[in-house]
Write a protein that binds this ligand. Structure first.
Ligand code: NAD
Ligand code: GLY
Length: 368
């Protein structure tokens, strides 16, 4: 097992990474203050992992809250199911919520923990690659609004993150690829050597090679912990973690939550950010294509949905948490491994980015 730390002073917490951690009470006990725990999961994950975690936590008075599965359920009514269960079982302020699942369960459980009795403890037990490398770390919690992705929420840090990489063995291939979008993101924004490592190891990751997965998870979590430690509330560098997300959130919202997976939308959005950085003269065509090719090799979509017009993108992108004083800010690349957050770009370049024929861009990749 390897342990990293998210360094936030007296709110610092460990990220434990290994295989089989789900079955070991020692990873949980130091982070549970009271006698009560509430395991929040969903109907897909419960049959796979709930009984094991319940056994691990057998020393506590426990309830399980099994939510419907899907991004479309990341909303108020589902959140209410968690509060209903906590109140019915008379959970007090010393209860600990345990998020057993992917980013949807993790974001909702964290938000429920932030709100229940004005704040109770919670532990993240992420079971998708995406949640293990990104969403379980850093304390962004919340739900979607029909008008905008993740628009309602709170910054609220967990007591610990327990990553059992063995849980990835039951994950559908499409979800594994979606997680790789966020892994590739770290290489693109801040770690060019990691990008090169990913180029050498993407096939091993898709084949669930244990050593490759452990390394990818650890390097991703280390990058995320570093950024969150420097800028917890996203007043600066943390926004770079949103490479491709402004375009991607527009895709998720427009297409209907859950139609495109978050990681898939981020992948296509990242291609748009690469293209815009190229149009600004910041990336060469070869650098742009390097990013696109890696996303493609990770079996991710690299062409935005054909049914979305430039106007659709602009409409949805106006509802983004990076919009400040009415100005859209985007995460773009000054070079591979060098992200910036900027509102300083000509409007025509954004429009040209939205009008680009991405299918043609991808088709020419095969030609050299
Ligand atoms: P998800 O939570 O919907 O999980 C994907 C699917 O895999 C679900 O059907 C789930 O039930 C299933 N699943 C989970 N673990 C499994 C396992 N081990 N075996 C088999 N099936 C399993 O999706 P996700 O990609 O994990 O998370 C996406 C969400 O995370 C989005 O809502 C996104 O906005 C959010 N997110 C949050 C942050 C953050 O910083 N808080 C960062 C990135 C993404
Ligand atoms: N996923 C972006 C962030 O945590 O800031």
């Amino acid at each position: 097992m390897r342990t990293l730390t998210v360094d936030l002073g007296d709110r610092s917490y460990p990220i434990h990474i290994g295989e089989g951690l789900l079955d070991d009470p020692r990873h949980f006990a130091p982070h549970i203050r009271g006698r009560q725990v509430a395991i929040v999961t969903n109907e897909t994950i419960a049959p796979l992992y709930l009984a094991r975690l319940q056994k691990t936590l057998a020393d506590y008075a426990q309830i399980a809250v099994v939510l419907p599965d899907g991004e479309a359920y990341k909303q108020w009514e589902t959140l209410q199911l968690i509060f209903d269960a906590l109140l019915q079982a008379r959970h007090d302020r010393k209860t600990t919520l345990i998020a057993l699942g992917g980013g949807v369960v993790g974001d909702m459980t964290g938000f429920a923990a932030a709100c229940y009795q004005r704040g109770v403890d919670f532990i993240q037990v992420p079971t998708t690659l995406l949640s293990q490398v990104d969403s379980s770390v850093g304390g962004k919690t919340g739900i979607n609004h029909p008008l905008g992705k993740n628009m309602i929420g709170a910054f609220y840090q967990p007591q610990a993150v327990v990553i059992d990489a063995a849980s990835l063995r039951t994950l559908p291939a499409r979800e594994l690829s979606a997680g790789l979008a966020e892994v590739i993101k770290y290489g693109l924004i801040c770690d060019e050597p990691f990008l090169a490592w990913l180029e050498d190891n993407v096939d091993a990751l898709l084949a669930l090679d244990s050593a490759a997965l452990a390394e990818a998870i650890e390097r991703s979590c280390a990058a995320k912990a570093r950024v969150v430690g420097a800028d917890e509330r996203e007043s600066g560098v943390r926004a770079t973690l949103n490479l491709g997300h402004t375009f991607g959130h527009a895709i998720e919202t427009h297409m209907g939550y859950g139609v495109w997976l978050h990681g898939e939308a981020v992948a296509a959005g990242t291609v748009m950010a690469l293209q815009m950085s190229h149009l600004l003269g910041w990336l060469t065509a070869a650098e742009r294509d390097r990013g696109v090719r890696l996303l493609q090799r990770a079996k991710l979509p690299v062409v935005p949905p054909k049914e979305m017009s430039a106007g659709d993108f602009l409409e949805h992108m106006a509802v983004d948490k990076k919009v400040l004083d009415g100005r859209l800010r985007l995460v773009l690349l000054k070079g591979l491994g060098d992200a910036v957050v900027t509102a300083d770009f000509p409007r025509e370049i954004l429009e040209e980015t939205l009008r680009t024929d991405y299918q043609a861009l991808v088709d020419q990749l095969g030609e050299h």
